[in-house]
Design a binder for this molecule. Structure first.
Ligand SMILES: NC(=O)c1ccc[n+]([C@@H]2O[C@H](COP(=O)([O-])OP(=O)(O)OC[C@H]3O[C@@H](n4cnc5c(N)ncnc54)[C@H](O)[C@@H]3O)[C@@H](O)[C@H]2O)c1
Length: 223
């Protein structure tokens, strides 16, 4: 399948493209900045409907990763988050409808929950825990998930929202600590995208959300 990956120069997109190719898919990469890649690359901005539509031509699946996220909260305004994360997702959905895409995989976050990685806070390992984002980033992802459901209802395009734990690249020692607080390895993030694509295109899912994080091994009384 021809698979458009938005924000493809990022951590997820960089790891995902070769796995897509190995699985026999045709990755089409889009990013706002130039990328050195052996795969088809279409430079563009997800805030521009025309750019997204151009990149989506012929795509059967769109994996939407372009966003600013938690680490950007300190140097980006709420409007920046709204413009990129929400307008970008709207543009992806409009393009998905226009090109007749079969499925969309949306990158969400564990930040849609109030508190997901504090010891004793009641780890949100169940997807039916009420959503209560604590910042504009988490809110844009809740709104993005709502858009997925709306377009599924109104246009019949199935989608999955993957609520990722932290996978920002880190030095080895910090990486280990991170796995104790819900963080995940990028390989597992990629695997969750591939599995979602298969489930969506084989008709097994019309809409769902999945937490993608490590199980926190501690309870409050362990402290
Ligand atoms: N990395 C994490 O720990 C983490 C955790 C939870 C959720 N997520 C979500 O997963 C997704 C992927 O995260 P990541 O770590 O790979 O992101 P990243 O920051 O590594 O990469 C994002 C990419 O998007 C591109 N981009 C920025 N603005 C753009 C625009 N206007 N148009 C097109 N592309 C643009 C950037 O150039 C960059 O290559 C994001 O949606 C993020 O919110 C990430």
């Amino acid at each position: 399948m021809r698979v458009l990956v938005t924000g493809a120069g990022g951590t997820l997109g960089t790891a995902l493209a070769p796995v897509l190719a190995e699985a026999g898919h045709e990755p089409v990469l889009q990013d706002v900045r130039p990328l050195e890649t052996p795969y088809e690359f279409i430079q563009g901005d997800v805030r521009s409907p025309e750019d997204v539509l151009r990149a989506a031509g012929g795509a059967e699946v769109i994996v939407h990763t372009a966003a600013i996220h938690g680490i950007h909260l300190r140097n980006h305004s709420p409007r920046d988050f709204y413009d990129l994360n929400l307008t970008g997702t709207l543009n992806v959905w409009e393009a998905a409808v226009a090109v007749g895409a079969r499925a969309v995989v949306f990158s969400s976050t564990m930040g849609v929950y109030k508190s997901h990685n504090a010891p004793g806070a009641g780890a949100a390992l169940r997807e039916d825990v009420p959503l209560q984002p604590g910042d504009i980033y988490g809110w844009t992802k809740v709104a993005g998930e709502e858009l997925c459901q709306l377009y599924g209802r109104t246009h019949g395009i199935p989608s999955v929202a993957l609520r990722f734990g932290m996978f920002v690249p880190e030095p080895f020692f910090r990486y280990g600590i991170r796995l104790l607080y819900g963080g995940v390895d990028t390989h597992d993030v990629v695997r969750s995208v591939m599995t979602s694509m298969d489930a969506l295109t084989s008709g097994n899912i019309t809409w769902d959300t999945f937490n993608v994080e490590s199980v926190m091994p501690f309870q409050e009384n362990d402290a």
